[in-house]
Design a protein around this ligand. Structure first.
Ligand SMILES: [Zn+2]
Ligand SMILES: [Zn+2]
Length: 275
């Protein structure tokens, strides 16, 4: 039983234009039992996307049509593939209020969702930490060291777990070690074992799931899943539910990294936000 709980779509402005159907057909071919489309939610209106093309999130104008199209597919594939409609929502420090308002409005339309950190707040500016090795290096210059970038990432993910974002807050935390996307070029000297274990304990306390994400295994400067093995072992010991995520931005990337994940891991289907 594999449910891929983290899939992007043609509505992603930085992804491919592979159609929703193409993803569904690929999922059936791979004998997945279900999938969740988790397109990047539109970013808060007052947030200025720091990436060059400002294309980190879905366009606001596309949100309704995205929800409508995925809902249409659910009926079309009924009996062959369980399709959940979801979003990958950004946790952005300082934008909790707008994010809560967004979730209050659109949360009831979702079956499933992920809360992820891509942006770090550094001296009142924001940096998209997984954008490129150059941007990672800029963050490290701003903070004074490579280790400080990792530390700030884990602190921000911890906040994402702890903060109240209203009753529709996503219950799955995305790629908690995304700060390691370029670790082969920018290795940390500290393993941050304490930070990661605090993070897992908090995830457990909240009853959240972890996105066990295969995308890092194919990134040339990462070559490991998010999170990596030691952390997954701790999560297994804590009995934290793990939901597999390919984080595919093209249909050919379904099941990305799956074969490299810990053989000790058992996967669950996301606990649905609604029935
Ligand atoms: Zn993400
Ligand atoms: Zn994603």
């Amino acid at each position: 039983m594999i449910h891929d709980g983290h899939i992007h779509t043609p509505f992603c402005p930085h992804g491919t234009k592979d159609s929703l159907h193409k993803y569904c057909e690929a999922a059936i071919k791979h004998k997945l039992t279900g999938i969740t489309f988790t397109e990047h939610a539109p970013l808060p209106y007052s947030f200025v996307d720091p990436t060059p093309e400002q294309d980190s999130g879905m366009r606001w104008d596309d949100l309704e049509i995205y929800l409508k199209e995925v809902n249409k597919l659910k009926k079309e594939y009924k009996g062959d593939l369980e399709i959940l409609v979801g979003l990958e929502v950004d946790y952005i420090e300082g934008f909790e209020k707008e994010t809560t308002i967004f979730l209050d409005e659109f949360g009831p339309e979702l079956d499933d969702s992920i809360l992820s950190v891509h942006f770090l707040k550094i001296n009142s500016e924001y940096v998209c930490i997984d954008y490129s090795p150059d941007v990672f290096e800029q963050a490290s210059d701003l903070l004074g060291s490579i280790d400080s970038v990792y530390k700030l990432y884990y602190q921000t993910v911890l906040k994402s777990v702890q903060k109240d974002l209203g009753r529709n807050k996503p219950h799955r935390i995305g790629h908690i070690t995304l700060a390691r996307k370029f670790h082969k070029k920018f290795p940390a000297s500290n393993p941050f074992t304490g930070e990661l274990s605090t993070l897992l304990v908090e995830v457990k306390k909240k009853g959240y799931e972890l996105d066990y994400n295969g995308a890092g295994t194919v990134k040339p400067l990462c070559k490991e899943p998010y999170p990596f093995n030691d952390v997954i072992q701790d999560a297994i010991n804590l009995n934290i539910p793990l939901v597999y995520g390919s984080d595919a931005h093209q249909a050919a990337s379904l099941l990305c990294g799956y074969s490299e994940l810990s053989p000790q891991a058992t996967f669950v289907k996301p606990a649905k936000l609604r029935n």
